[in-house]
Design a protein around this ligand. Structure first.
Ligand code: HEM
Length: 195
C-alpha cells in the first residue's frame, strides 16, 4: 500500500476523483438533467461535496492510525484544499443563481439568516487554513501552524450546524454526517488526552 500511495499517478487519480462531482454537475446542467430547480440543485450539490471532502480531510489522521497507511498524510492538504474550493464554489453559486449578485440581498442573507451566518463563518475559518497550507507557511509559522489549523474543528462543527439547520423532513444525511463527525472529533480528543 505504501508504494501505491507514494506513486505519482495515484496523486493524479485522486485529483481527478476530487474534481469528478464538479464535472458530473456541469454535465448534468448542460444536459438539462437537474430537474425543475437547477439553481438549488447546484448550490446544494456543491455544499454537499464541500462537506464530504472536509469530513474526509478530518478522517486522514484516524485512518492513518487505524490502517497503518502513514503515507495518507501526503493527501491531507489536497483534500482540505478541495473542501475549501467546493465551499467557495458553493458560495459563488449561491450569490449567482439564488441571489443574482444583488449586493443588498446578499448582505442581508449573510448577516440575518442564522444558517447562512454559520455557513459563512465556517468558510471564513477555512480561508486562513487554505492560505497557509503550503510547506513553506508550515515552516514559517512553526508551532503556531498547528494551533491555526485546529480551526478545522470549530469550522466542521459550524458546517454541521449549517446542514442541520436545513432539516425539513428527512434527516438521514444529517444524522449520518453528525455521527461521523462525532467519531472523528472524539478520536481527536482521545489523542489529545493521551498525549
Ligand atoms: C457564505 C457561505 C455559505 C452560504 C451563503 C451557504 C448557503 C447555502 C444555501 C443557500 C444552501 C441551500 C439551502 C436550501 O436547501 O435552500 C446550502 C446548503 C448546504 N451547504 Fe451551504 N452555504 C455556505 C457555506 C457552506 C460551507 C462552508 C459548507 C461546507 C463546507 C456548506 C455546506 C452545505 C451543505 C452540506 C448544504 C446542504 C446540501 C444538501 O442539502 O444536500 N455550506 N448552503
Amino acid at each position: 500500500m505504501a508504494s501505491l500511495l507514494r506513486a505519482g499517478w495515484f496523486r493524479w487519480m485522486l485529483f481527478l476523483l476530487l474534481l469528478l462531482p464538479l464535472v458530473l454537475l456541469i454535465q448534468a446542467l448542460l444536459n438539462g438533467d437537474l430537474g425543475a430547480d437547477p439553481a438549488k440543485v447546484i448550490v446544494k450539490d456543491l455544499g454537499f461535496w464541500a462537506l464530504f471532502w472536509l469530513w474526509l480531510t478530518l478522517a486522514v489522521t484516524p485512518l492513518r492510525r487505524l490502517l497503518g497507511w502513514r503515507e495518507l498524510i501526503l493527501y491531507r492538504r489536497m483534500l482540505g484544499l478541495f473542501a475549501f474550493f467546493y465551499g467557495v464554489l458553493h458560495l459563488l453559486a449561491f450569490a449567482t443563481f439564488l441571489v443574482g449578485w444583488r449586493m443588498d440581498i446578499l448582505l442581508t442573507e449573510l448577516t440575518k439568516r442564522p444558517y447562512i451566518i454559520v455557513g459563512g463563518l465556517a468558510l471564513l475559518m477555512l480561508l486562513p487554513l487554505a492560505l497557509t497550507s503550503t510547506q513553506r507557511m508550515q515552516r514559517r509559522l512553526g508551532k503556531r501552524w498547528k494551533t491555526l489549523h485546529s480551526l478545522i474543528y470549530p469550522a466542521s462543527l459550524l458546517v454541521m450546524l449549517h446542514f442541520v439547520w436545513q432539516i425539513r423532513s428527512d434527516f438521514s444525511q444529517q444524522l449520518i454526517f453528525s455521527i461521523l463527525l462525532a467519531l472523528l472529533l472524539g478520536h481527536r480528543l482521545y489523542l489529545k488526552r493521551r498525549s
